[in-house]
Design a protein around this ligand. Structure first.
Ligand code: PHE
Length: 450
């Protein structure tokens, strides 16, 4: 265990490691998925559950994933096998490949929309639309073959970056772009709060009505917390395997969780005040952000420029996330199947293209095809976030809690004994009992057993 292979890539600096993990965590999950999930699940009640799950379950699981990855300095399969070589330890690896296929499928479709909205804004066509037209625009942009093309274009960008390796292209781009996105979000947030009747939106998000907490709200919040922190599918294990020994694991985990939550809340503070101000419904589902945002931009002076910039940054934030999803699969094919990085990238892209095609056509030719009452798009989103990721998180938590040698865990949490970590017993207890039990309870609850 704890073998250090010197020819493996590493993030060059501590900042680079944080930028990459935050880049993976912050994406469409915060700006597109969080507001629509919160909108569907009653706003404040959802937010309370989300934050509780984030800090009680997800931050410990994030530390566990980091410890697993840096300990082995290997891909998901190698990381689990380093803890225990038994056959069952391959299961989390397969689960992560499956989750990556599903996530890439629907995520690249939405990322394709951001590219299309970016171009449409740049040409000035999104500028003067009203709410009703915003809806028409969305329908027009998401049906038929055009979005398929955008999905493929997005996947081409993803492949291009993966080919070049993660460190140079994506790390550098996210170092510059993420802060700009953050500032822009804050500016839009202030703008939204100044709209008439904006306070209705603020109370929708911050005033929890506890009677609204149902099993589906709990499962939705848990799934969102996992999705938003890129947990449960080996992404953070893979990224931590590129951390150097100076990276502070626990601090990096806390920073990632805090920044990620902040971006999600700011996105909520942009969307909900506008939703209530323009008399729209917060429970529109996946199209919410794409209908509300253009309406906000249309009201601003120089709206076309704001809108172009916003969708451009959103596109980049999506790219830093999909690269991390794909990197999980690519590192598996490279290290376990001994493929070259190039071939591994093509295989990962092939899988993503298949998923992207099905999800993209869910809004057009395949809109009538449903499984369990859900289109491919909805199904991929639901199964990956609400089932695969929490399950993956549970396996990780049990593996690190019960099977990883304390000595190695301590080595990771103290960053190779450069400082003390006093809460190791508490941490192990949380991983052994609290996280698995909480995830199990939410699952059982949601299928109606409890
Ligand atoms: N966390 C990313 C987001 O919020 C999505 C993601 C999920 C990335 C799972 C990697 C793994 O957009």
């Amino acid at each position: 265990m704890n073998k250090v292979t010197n020819d493996r890539a590493q993030f060059a600096t501590k900042f680079g490691a944080i930028a990459a993990t935050v880049g993976s965590a912050v994406g469409l999950g915060n700006i597109w998925r969080f507001p629509y999930e919160a909108g569907v699940h009653g706003g404040g009640a959802f937010l309370v559950c989300y934050i509780a799950f984030l800090f009680i379950i997800c931050v410990p699981v994030l530390c566990a994933e980091f410890a697993l990855g840096r300990n082995a300095r290997s891909n998901v399969f190698g990381s689990y096998q380093a803890v225990s070589p038994r056959k069952g330890m391959r299961l989390p690896g397969y689960l992560s490949i499956a989750a990556s296929l599903l996530i890439m499928g629907f995520y690249s479709v939405v990322a394709g929309w951001t590219m299309e909205y970016c171009l449409t804004s740049a040409t000035g066509n999104l500028e003067s639309i009203t709410t009703a037209a915003g809806h028409g625009e969305f329908v027009e942009m998401t049906t038929g073959w055009r979005p398929v093309l955008w999905t493929m274009l997005f996947l081409a960008c993803n492949t291009f970056i993966l080919m070049g390796g993660v460190t140079k292209g994506i790390e550098r781009a996210s170092n510059i772009m993420m802060p700009i996105l953050f500032v822009l979000l804050l500016a839009f947030c202030v703008n939204s709060l100044l709209l008439p009747n904006s306070m209705a939106g603020v109370s929708f998000l911050f005033k929890p009505d506890f009677s609204q907490i149902t099993p589906s709200v709990l499962l939705g919040a848990l799934g969102q917390a996992f999705f938003s922190l890129s947990l449960g599918m080996g992404t953070m294990i893979t990224y931590a395997s590129y951390f150097n020994s100076k990276t502070k694991l626990v601090r990096t985990a806390m920073t990632t969780a805090l920044l990620d939550t902040m971006v999600a809340i700011i996105a909520g503070l942009i969307i909900f005040p506008a939703v209530f101000s323009f008399g729209m419904s917060p429970s529109e589902g996946p199209k919410l952000v794409f209908e509300v945002l253009p309406t906000i931009f249309a009201q601003l002076p120089g709206g076309a420029i704001w809108s172009t910039l916003f969708f451009l940054l959103l596109f980049i934030a999506s790219l830093t996330s999909t690269v991390s999803v794909s990197e999980t699969t690519v590192s598996f094919f490279c290290e376990e199947k001994k493929m070259s990085r190039k071939s591994a990238t093509w295989v990962a892209t092939g899988i993503a293209v298949a998923g992207g095609l099905l999800c993209s056509l869910s809004f057009g030719a395949l809109s009538d095809v449903t499984i369990f009452g859900k289109t491919f798009f909805d199904l991929f989103d639901y199964v990956s976030s609400n089932i695969c990721l929490p399950l993956g998180g549970m396996i990780c938590s049990l593996t690190v809690g019960w099977l990883m040698k304390k000595r190695y865990l301590e080595e990771q949490l103290t960053d190779y004994h450069t400082h003390r970590f006093r809460f190791i017993q508490v941490f192990v207890f949380i991983l052994r009992w609290v996280c698995p039990a909480a995830i199990l309870l939410v699952f059982l609850n949601s299928i109606g057993i409890m």
